[in-house]
Design a binder for this molecule. Structure first.
Ligand code: CP
Ligand code: NVA
Length: 299
């Protein structure tokens, strides 16, 4: 069966745990200068319908270091941008490449692509989920603090694609997730309702972060919501992660942000550049964690 990675639910908790450990090993091997080319001769097609720095570079570098190759495909210069059906694009690309990574708007697009693809499809962010980022976040937590099982994670800000992936992660990695959003910006109610034992809403951000082991935030306006940027600034005022807010968390709490950050909006310089922030390790771990997912899909 073709192994797609569209959400964190495509792997079992055991597989996810193994993948995180493998990512940590692959990181050590790379640091030691050890060549490891399990994907020699393999090609990853990378479809980007939205911008990217980390995702594009980490997938390309991962394929290079693994002895394979990658092809960057944008709708601007492929037939995808001229209306070739997604089903047909999937059939054609999967006759040539060994796996496809997609960053797009509607989650249904990656599902449709996967349904018609003979090779694994990896979700590199949709409006609904960003599972690759969660692998890097979980790896980063484990490296700094050990197992995340039973810990308290607080999501501050928009109930967006990252927040939705944290909901899946709470279930898969077995932690408590408290979500603090301004009214009207909560995550999808169906998804939220799926894990009432692990996930809860607390709109009062000062209450929410109390004793948190991990505080996470993201931009207030995601890609595709640029025209809401101004109105969101007002709606989210009060949901900024400040040093004072971090002081309410556990003294050992970490701060994460998938990046890019809008400093002075969702987070202050004092936090993102402060001692609790692990955002650069988190960004680097996109490379190592995605190697784990590439091997899971392909090897
Ligand atoms: N965090 C993340 O996915 O970054 P990019 O948008 O730069 O890929
Ligand atoms: N929520 C953000 C994440 C960017 C990596 C967005 O979708 O733009």
């Amino acid at each position: 069966m073709t192994r797609h990675f569209l959400t964190l639910n495509d792997l079992s908790p055991d597989e996810l745990g193994y993948l995180i450990q493998r990512a940590i090993e692959l990181k050590t091997m790379l640091r030691n200068g050890q060549y490891h080319e399990p994907l020699k001769g393999k090609t990853l097609g990378m479809i980007f319908e939205k911008s990217s720095t980390r995702t594009r570079v980490s997938f390309e570098v991962a394929m290079t270091q693994f002895g394979g190759a990658s092809i960057f495909l944008s709708p601007r210069d492929t037939q995808l941008g001229r209306g070739e059906p997604i089903e047909d694009s999937a059939r054609v690309l999967s006759r040539m490449v060994d796996a496809v990574m997609i960053r797009t708007f509607e989650h249904a697009t990656v599902e449709t692509f996967a349904a018609h693809s003979a090779v694994p499809v990896i979700n590199a962010l949709t409006d609904e989920f960003h599972p690759c980022q969660l692998l890097a976040d979980m790896q980063t937590y484990v490296e700094h603090r050990g197992s995340i099982q039973g810990k308290k994670v607080v999501w501050v800000g928009d109930g967006n694609n990252m927040c939705a992936s944290y909901i899946n992660a709470a279930n898969q990695f077995d932690f408590e997730l408290v979500i603090s959003c301004p009214p009207g910006f909560e995550p999808d109610a169906t998804l939220l309702g799926r894990h009432p034992e692990r996930v809860s809403l607390q709109p009062d951000v000062n209450d929410a972060v109390r004793d948190a082991h991990l505080v996470v935030t993201d931009v207030w306006a995601s890609m595709g919501q640029e025209n809401e940027q101004e109105s969101r600034l007002n709606a989210f005022a009060g949901y900024q992660v400040t040093p004072e807010l971090m002081d309410r968390a556990d003294p050992e709490a970490l701060f994460m942000h998938c990046l890019p950050a809008h400093r002075g909006e969702e987070v202050t310089d004092g936090v993102i550049d402060g001692p609790q922030s692990v955002v650069w390790d988190e960004a680097e771990n996109r490379l190592h964690a995605q190697k784990g997912i590439l091997v899971w899909c392909l090897a």
